[in-house]
Every structure is written in structure tokens, then in C-alpha cells.
Design a protein around this ligand. Structure first.
Ligand code: PGA
Length: 249
């Protein structure tokens, strides 16, 4: 059995005032069975973690450095995220791959650092529109999967997120068949690499324009164990609907 996870990625959004959304969310999580995560900007991580400490809401970072400490101005180590209350960290989001030139090898090193600090790594994979049009999607995903994930992961310390780049923040969503094809492929590759038990237990999230209106259909697709949600995680009223849809799936 995989764990179901509704994960919010606030990206570079949110200041103190937005913690009111977390307050609202916390008031609406009673009875929710799925795991729930928000990855706020690092400036809010500690406060959000304190607010969520007696709840099922987990918090996480949006990236971390591969090094544990040292002369790296502006960067944050996995240990620092952990110290601020995080239990997860998103790694290899396409915006990091694009904006910061992160390679799959970089992401694997960061994932090693995350595991060493006892954080669960949410490793993101996704093809561009040109790659999909050229029918290279599975090759790209397979390559990113092989390159970005360390060999010594366990199912409770790794989550994989499939996020087609062209679906992020665009309102465009792949067909359910397209989501199914990629998620089945990821599952098969995880089983091939990590074995039947571990490979079957790693949660695979879909991300890219998940909204209250499409969440239930997406969660009904086999091998979709949850979602990585950007825009719709910023408002508690939207995110709770997505969480409830996952809970009911
Ligand atoms: P979106 O972002 O839900 O706003 O499309 C998803 C993501 O980038 O994780």
C-alpha cells in the first residue's frame, strides 16, 4: 500500500498574513486520513511548522543544498530545514531545473543530503511540451528517474511527483490516459529498480494545474497516490477540497 499525500507547493508566494490560510486549513483537517503537506517559502517554514505541530499537516522545504553546511551564501541545508520543523523537501522541481540549471545528478546529491537529515524527498520529474510533441516523454521521465534518485532510498523517505512542465500554472492538464501511461511507467521503473515491495510502496503524485474541479478524476487514475499542488494550495478553501477528494478516492 502506498500512502496518499496532498502536497502544497507555495513557491515564492506568502508572507506572514498568509498564515491565516493555514489556520483555516487546520480547522478543516478533522477526520482527514491522507497525509497533508505544505512547502512554504523558507521564511515561513518555522512559524508554519509550529502552527501545525499538533496536527496532521506536515511542512517541507522547496529545495535544499547538497552540502551539510559551509560557505554557500544564500543556500539552506537539509539539516536547517529539519531544524525549522520540516519533514519533507521538494527536489528537482522543473522551476529549479530551469531557473537554476539543476541537473538530475545535482538533485540526486540533494536527495542524499535530505535522506541523511531524515527528510522525505519529493523528487519531481516532467517533460516539456516539445519533448511530449516529439514523443519523448517516457524517455525523459525514465532518464530523470534514474538520475535523480539515490540507490539507498526507502519507501517512507521518497515520493515521486510527475509534473508535465506544460501543465504547471497553465490550466492545461494531460488527459487521464496520458497521466495513467506515465504513472504506470514510473511504477514499473520503481519496481524494477527497488524491488517489488519498496517499488510498490513509493507514492507517486501528479502535479500541474490540479484544481478542486479536476482532482477527483485525477485521483481515480491507478498509480496516482496524490497531488503536488501549486496555485490551488495557496487558498485553504481550494486546497481542502483537493484534500477531501484524495481522502474519498
Ligand atoms: P500548479 O503548480 O498547481 O500551480 O500548476 C504545480 C507545481 O508546480 O507543483
Amino acid at each position: 500500500m502506498t500512502r496518499k499525500l496532498a502536497a502544497g507547493n507555495w513557491k515564492m508566494n506568502g508572507t506572514s498574513a498568509d498564515l491565516a490560510e493555514v489556520e483555516t486549513l487546520l480547522q478543516n483537517l478533522g477526520g482527514v486520513q491522507t497525509d497533508v503537506l505544505i512547502c512554504p517559502p523558507a521564511t515561513l517554514l518555522h512559524r508554519m511548522s509550529e502552527m501545525a505541530s499538533d496536527s496532521i499537516l506536515a511542512t517541507g522545504g522547496q529545495t535544499c543544498d547538497a552540502k551539510l553546511s559551509g560557505a554557500h551564501t544564500g543556500d539552506l541545508s537539509a539539516e536547517m530545514l529539519k531544524d525549522a520543523g520540516a519533514t519533507y523537501v521538494i527536489l528537482g522541481h522543473s522551476e529549479r531545473r530551469d531557473d537554476h540549471g539543476e541537473t538530475s545528478e545535482d538533485i540526486r546529491e540533494k536527495a542524499r543530503a535530505a535522506l541523511a537529515s531524515d527528510l522525505t524527498a519529493v523528487v519531481c520529474l516532467g517533460e516539456s511540451e516539445a519533448q511530449r510533441d516529439a514523443e519523448n516523454t517516457l524517455d525523459i521521465i525514465g532518464g530523470q528517474l534514474a538520475g535523480s534518485i539515490p540507490d539507498d532510498v526507502t519507501a517512507d523517505r521518497l515520493v515521486v511527483a510527475y509534473e508535465p512542465i506544460w501543465a504547471i500554472g497553465t490550466g492545461r492538464v494531460p488527459t487521464l490516459e496520458q497521466i495513467s501511461e506515465v504513472h504506470d511507467f514510473i511504477r514499473a521503473r520503481l519496481i524494477r529498480r527497488f524491488g517489488e515491495t519498496t517499488g510498490a510502496q513509493i507514492s507517486i503524485l501528479y502535479g500541474g494545474s490540479v484544481k478542486p474541479t479536476n482532482a477527483s478524476d485525477i485521483f481515480a487514475v491507478p498509480n496516482v497516490d496524490g497531488a503536488l499542488v501549486g496555485g490551488a494550495s495557496l487558498k485553504a478553501a481550494d486546497f481542502i477540497q483537493i484534500i477531501n477528494a484524495l481522502d474519498a478516492a
